[in-house]
Design a protein around this ligand. Structure first.
Ligand code: LRH
Ligand code: MN
Length: 388
């Protein structure tokens, strides 16, 4: 197996994009719980996100969600982020909360509703010019709840037409990533339910359109790392939404529910050339800290990704190739299990110290008193939430 010193130089290539809505209140259909000190606006969300980068060095960008992060002046927001040593990242559209979108948005039968949804994406592209963001991320709640409710083929044709207009409005350096999800809030069919459907649409659109893989959006038992391998092989993996789940789209901390799955996914990322500053895959988190403290939750999340990335980088690829070639099933499996069972945490703590970062970011942040300070300062106003 490779030793830690061999892979350590590659660790500084890791960049994980946080999501602004992680720092606001979120919840389930039953309740959205509040937390003392929760941000009231995008400026406070970005200040909190910057704490994650300060203590881990892993999270230099923050993704926005429109309209949740709507502000008067996006240049001022970008300047604010810069003052906090982070940048603004992916712009997420939202066509799943307006009354008009009850029966869909970009795939809706009514041209006026499609127009509204397309215009929202054109507005997001305008915002991307101001925030200097590269990616527009599109996730659609579009679908039906009962067989026969609508013509699924007609919806695909309307969706393709709407996506074409949005794609053609992208700037030279801009991209769009189309996120799929197999169900919820639609419970019979979803218009972009799987990687294949997203791949079909983004391939039809062009080189600036890619697939976004949210690790919580697959049917139970799906081999997600196979999809990662295939999308990297096809050059169409644009972004990850990392989280973990026990049942459905639980949006739990990445690696919390199934650390071995995260390891297997990152093995295919490393093997497929999707890791490091050379590649164009955005590694974003998309989680909801419904009950746990949000900033520590994000720090834990990026550390989980770093730890499993280090293990994936430790895989002895030559030994693996040799065992696979020899058809030595158990030895081949052993090569991966050796890397997975390697506790990289002590070496990572030492590596952080060498980078001038705290050996234990969770403890360092807890000792900073930041949570107590924002709880005392952020009195009044309306705590940010996803407004469901
Ligand atoms: C949909 C989703 C999408 C976001 C939303 C907050 O489930 O994963 O990426 O827009 O969560
Ligand atoms: Mn997502």
């Amino acid at each position: 197996m490779a030793n830690f010193a061999d892979i350590a130089p590659r660790l500084s290539e890791q960049e994980i994009e946080l999501h602004s809505w992680a720092f606001g209140n979120s919840g389930t259909r039953f309740r959205v719980f509040g937390t003392p000190g929760t941000p009231r606006d995008p400026f406070e969300k970005i200040a909190d996100a910057a704490q994650v980068h300060k203590y881990t060095g892993l999270a230099p960008r923050v993704a926005l969600h429109i309209p949740w992060d709507k502000v008067e002046d996006y240049e001022v927001l970008r300047e604010h982020a810069h003052e906090h040593d982070v940048a603004l990242g992916t712009v997420n559209s939202n066509t799943f909360q307006d009354e008009e979108y009850k029966f869909g948005s970009l795939a809706h039968r009514d041209a006026a509703v499609r127009r509204k949804a397309i215009d929202h994406h054109l507005e997001c592209i305008e915002i991307m010019h101001k925030t200097k963001s590269r990616d527009l991320k599109i996730w659609l709640a579009d679908g039906t709840n009962y067989p026969g409710q609508d013509d699924m083929r007609g919806r695909q044709d309307r969706l393709a037409e709407s996506l074409r207009e949005i794609y053609d409005a992208l700037g030279e350096e801009q991209r769009m990533v189309l996120e799929y999800k197999f169900f919820e809030p639609s419970f019979y069919h979803t218009d972009v339910p799987d990687w294949g459907t997203s791949f079909v649409h983004v391939s039809e659109l062009g080189a600036k359109a890619l697939v976004c893989l949210d690790t919580g959006h697959h049917a139970p038992g799906t081999n997600i790392e196979f999809i990662v391998m295939q999308l990297l092989r096809l050059g169409k993996l644009g972004a990850f939404d990392f989280n973990s789940r026990f049942y459905a789209d639980d949006d739990l901390i990445v690696g919390a529910a199934d650390p071995f799955q995260l390891f297997r996914i990152l093995v295919e990322v490393v093997r497929g050339g999707g890791y490091g500053t050379e590649n164009n895959v955005t590694f974003m988190l998309d989680q909801c800290h419904n009950i746990e403290d949000k900033i520590p939750g994000q720090i834990r999340s990026v550390l989980n990704v770093q730890e499993m990335t280090a293990r994936a980088l430790l895989v002895d690829w030559q030994a693996l190739e040799a065992a696979q070639l020899a058809g030595d099933v158990l030895s081949a499996n052993d090569v991966l299990m050796d890397a997975f069972y390697t506790d990289v945490r002590p070496a990572l703590a030492k590596w952080r110290a060498a980078q001038g970062l705290p050996r234990d970011p969770m403890a360092a942040f807890a000792d900073s008193g930041y949570l107590e300070r924002i709880a005392a300062e952020r009195i009044g106003g309306k705590q940010a939430s996803w407004g469901a």
